[in-house]
Design a protein around this ligand. Structure first.
Ligand SMILES: [Zn+2]
Length: 95
């Protein structure tokens, strides 16, 4: 029986700020194997996923407190963070 407080299935929770947002406003990380994480949609990478807002504050908080590692229960390689940054469009800021 569905409860009235049940969240919209189209929305996902950011691991950093805990807000529900449409998937288009989030970056998805997926555990594809033990110790291996990919950045992409459910269609590209089915499996255990974790979401973070397309927002610098949420990204830095998630990274600082290892929230994505905890959500995915695996380590995240440096290359994955580079890919997340690319998705977020931080390339220009970094140089
Ligand atoms: Zn967030």
């Amino acid at each position: 029986m569905p409860s009235p407080s049940r969240p919209d299935p189209c929305e996902r929770q950011c691991v950093a700020c805990r807000q529900l947002r449409p998937r288009s406003e989030l970056v998805r990380l997926c555990r594809i194997a033990d110790g291996e994480v990919a950045v992409g949609s459910t269609r590209e990478f089915p499996g255990r996923g974790a979401y973070v807002c397309r927002d610098w504050a949420c990204y830095t908080q998630a990274r600082k407190y290892r929230k994505l590692e905890k959500a995915l229960r695996t380590g995240i390689q440096a290359g994955v963070w580079v890919e997340v940054e690319r998705v977020l469009g931080f390339e220009e800021a970094i140089g």
